[in-house]
Design a protein around this ligand. Structure first.
Ligand code: ZN
Length: 600
């Protein structure tokens, strides 16, 4: 006759209250597939019983095989060799609030098969119905002296078991302390910096956030290299084995501590089901008009519609003398005060929003320059394009119904990101003022008509690097050399260089539309334009002639270039914006009033 193992009575209550029990013996009452309609997500949920209570437990997918072999059928008695508990959320309110734990079975041994046991042991009731406040004391642990002795022995002699015990628990960030050596936290990455140089290596930081609080963590050198690409902002992970120290209050958040990664640090992505209870990123959105009343360097969460998208610019940092990439977006909202949002480097290069996109930003910084304030997306900022939130939909509806029409981004000369101002000039004025003849380029904007759009040489083969658009030389051996990068690549990208003539009532000038501004002008993607020019002359003809005699607001960069020994004053189109008659007339009327000292 087979010996049927006895169950570890009271085990479930104690486990679910966070206590670690060594090798508890439980009975499987039921096993069920989660998401049976999704073939690639094979996961099983069990109901396990200790004879007094039963509860749900998830089967680690590594153990699915056991079920395939029929080892986990109803009534089977198993020993839990390894299990983990994570916080799955909270229930109740105020003082009655309690944490809901999720039990995951990682390793187990079947002691008696379902066929041997044949029946449910005891009259277990569901754990959720238990009075959790009292059940620990009312559910005495029934263990024989032999069993207890064995358990204690294991406990002291087996270090791995100790580790398992500590790993079994996820604790809230607010209860982290340096005195606690072993823990897990489950947190959302809410701000991830770029990599910075650090003692011959690099480092990055991020903030980790759960319901209880937020803590800053930094990864230096090897840890930076190991984790930088793996950790994605806004994802939820388990973290453990980080080094905890008192926070430097200068940079700290609400937490007393900050952490750094160590060689032992473990980071594990949580799937969506595990994310229950980890708060979504909170945005304290303010209207754009409030920015003017705020202090330089303050952090701003806001949402706006992109009314203008500037072209990618290269600027030199005043402090480090390094070359930086930047792109400016003009955001508007119902508060009637447009603001410039500046994106830097990768964010600027990879920006794929356009006019009318809703832009949500968290943690942008106010920068004041010559009395104008704009917002900068920097390290730790989060930028979302067309987020699926009620605020975004409301804003879009407002804009689609003409809400943005009454907001003029043109009335005054706005500072463009603090480095230059964009004056309104006629083409003749710009010429008479010798714009572009100085060391640095000049910028101005004007309303002009497109007279000529040249089809010839409207694109070239350019360096494939995202932030380099230099024309490449075909080396004839399947490689293309970029002189700026000083490298040869096996591929290239097509890049637009559209030659146009524009004119206003005073003058007309040649101007060049590179890349995105070329696409904007021709209203087609580079791909489509190149395709048409190469294979479909009629279509190309139409794309190019459709633009003729259209009026736009052009922002132009004016500079001298040296070409074959001669100096040429060139205009480069920085952005093309649709002409809004009402807005434009508003500007003309304002100018008239100024010219006539308000007597008009
Ligand atoms: Zn290049």
């Amino acid at each position: 006759m087979t010996l049927i193992q006895s169950l570890t009575r009271g085990a479930i209550t104690r486990i679910m209250q966070g206590e670690y029990i060594l090798n508890p013996v439980v009975q499987i009452l039921n096993i069920d597939r989660v998401n049976p309609t999704k073939p690639d997500e094979e996961q099983y949920r069990l109901i396990i019983s200790d004879g007094e209570y039963h509860c749900y437990a998830m089967l680690d997918i590594q153990l699915n095989q056991l079920h395939h072999y029929g080892l986990l059928s109803e009534n089977t008695i198993v020993c839990l060799d390894k299990y983990t508990i994570s916080m799955a959320g909270k229930k109740g309110f105020g003082n009655n609030q309690s944490i809901i734990f999720r039990l995951i079975l990682n390793e187990l041994t079947a002691l008696n098969s379902g066929d041997q046991v044949q029946t449910k042991i005891g009259e277990p009731v569901t754990y959720e119905n238990a009075d959790t406040a009292n059940s620990a004391s009312t559910a005495p642990v029934l263990r024989g002296p032999e069993e207890r002795k064995q358990s204690n022995n294991n406990y002291n002699s087996n270090d791995r078991t100790l580790k398992t015990k500590c790993n079994a628990l996820t604790i809230p960030i607010a209860s982290l302390s340096p005195f606690q050596k072993k823990w897990f936290i489950k947190a959302r990455v809410v701000g991830k910096t770029r990599k910075y140089p650090y003692r011959g290596g690099r480092y990055f930081s991020m903030n980790l956030k759960d319901k209880s609080g937020e803590i800053r963590v930094t990864a230096y050198k090897e840890q930076c290299d190991k984790f930088y690409d793996l950790i994605v902002a806004d994802n939820v992970y388990f973290f453990s084995n980080c080094h905890l120290k008192l926070a430097n209050k200068q940079y700290s958040l609400k937490s007393d501590y900050e952490m750094s990664f160590t060689g032992e640090t473990m980071v594990q992505l949580c799937d969506d089901e595990d994310n229950v209870g980890v708060p979504e990123i909170k945005f304290d959105l303010i209207p754009l008009s409030q920015v003017t009343n705020m202090e330089n360097n303050e952090s701003v969460d806001t949402i706006g519609i992109c009314k203008e998208v500037g072209e990618l610019q290269t600027v030199t940092s005043r402090t480090t003398n390094k070359e930086l990439k930047k792109r400016e977006l003009t955001l508007v909202d119902a508060s009637n005060d447009p603001i410039v949002l500046v994106l830097w480097n990768n964010e600027a290069i990879n920006f794929d929003g356009q006019v009318k996109s809703v832009i949500l930003v968290k943690g942008s910084r106010i920068k004041e320059y010559l009395g104008h304030k704009n917002l900068n997306v920097g390290s730790g900022s989060i930028l979302k394009i067309n987020p699926d939130t009620p605020e975004a939909h409301k804003l879009r509806e407002w804009f689609d119904n003409g809400g943005g029409n009454n907001i003029s981004t043109m009335v005054s000369a706005r500072t463009g990101g603090g480095s230059f101002s964009t004056d309104w000039l006629t083409l003749k004025d710009a010429y008479l003022r010798n714009l572009g003849s100085g060391e640095k380029p000049d910028y101005f904007q004007c309303k002009a008509v497109v007279y000529i759009v040249k089809q010839d040489n409207a694109f070239y083969k350019a360096c494939p690097q995202a932030d380099c658009n230099k024309k490449v030389m075909d080396e004839g051996n399947g490689h293309y050399r970029c002189e700026r990068c000083n490298a040869a690549y096996p591929n290239f990208k097509y890049f637009l260089k559209v030659d146009i003539h524009i004119g206003d009532c005073t003058f007309n000038r040649r101007a060049i539309c590179f890349g995105q501004t070329g696409e904007q002008l021709l209203k087609h993607t580079t791909q489509e334009i190149v395709e048409a020019l190469e294979n479909d002359p009629a279509r190309a003809q139409k794309i190019f002639s459709d633009v003729k005699f259209s009026s736009h607001i052009f922002k132009l960069r004016c500079m001298n270039t040296f070409y074959e020994g001669t100096v040429r004053n060139m205009l480069y189109v920085q952005s093309i914006n649709p002409l809004n008659i009402k807005e434009y007339n508003g500007r003309l009327i304002k100018e008239l009033i100024e010219m006539t000292n308000g007597t008009a």
